[in-house]
Design a protein. Structure first.
Length: 160
């Protein structure tokens, strides 16, 4: 099947990105707008589709789907795609917690190859705040399987 046909088939498919029962949808574009364009901005794209949520404790979660344009190893996600998800989701977690930041350092461990065309969950947590340094940890998983873990050092932007 030619590639264009595969892409078209993907575009037409609705992906179920619904959250857990106790999650509340989080309007990320309302908070950071076009900064999401690179990763989660195209809800019908063939690279990433995403939806963000917050749980009762206000931690940010996301459902992500990676399509054929995120491919690295055959059938699996490119490491840069996984890192981009971590950059967006963990940076956004700091913003959602009230800290206007940019990411200063992002450390990603790739634990298992992440299959394309499966919905995965991203969980995040602000673990410490020291002056301008906000540390956020995150994980991408599906069921019992962890695909990646990350530690993200966010630095608040003066004057924001
Ligand atoms: C203008 C409007 C923007 C709006 C934006 C909206 C974005 C909303 C998006 C939300 C969802 C998407 C999230 C994507 C998030 C990105 O991808 S952001 C893009 C990628 N990141 C960047 O481009 C950042 C580039 N780096 C910089 O701009 C500057 O280096 C920084 C990070 C602002 C820090 O510079 P600085 O303000 O001069 O601060 P500096 O004194 O160097 O450091 C402050 C403290 O942090 C520590 N630190 C700084 N960098 C590091 C590091 N890499 N490692 C360890 N420690 C460090 C320093 O040691 C220092 O510690 P203390 O001495 O206070 O103990």
């Amino acid at each position: 099947m030619p590639n264009s046909t595969v892409l078209k088939a993907c575009e037409q498919t609705e992906i179920d990105l619904s959250g857990a029962a106790d999650w509340v949808p989080f309007d990320a574009p309302a908070l950071v707008g076009d900064s999401l364009r690179f990763v989660s901005g195209d809800s019908r794209g063939d690279r990433f589709r995403a939806r963000y949520y917050r749980d009762a404790e206000q931690h940010l979660h996301a459902r992500f789907w990676l399509g054929p344009e995120a491919e690295g190893p055959p059938g699996h996600a490119h490491g840069g795609a996984v890192a981009a998800i971590m950059d967006e989701a963990l940076g956004l977690a700091a913003w959602a917690a009230g800290y206007p930041i940019v990411v200063g350092n992002l450390n990603v461990s790739f634990r298992n190859m992440l299959p394309l065309r499966k919905v995965v969950t991203v969980e995040s947590r602000v673990v410490s705040v020291e002056g301008r340094k906000i540390m956020v940890h995150g994980r991408i998983f599906r069921g019992e399987k962890t695909f990646a873990e990350a530690q993200c050092l966010c630095i608040t932007i003066p004057g924001k």
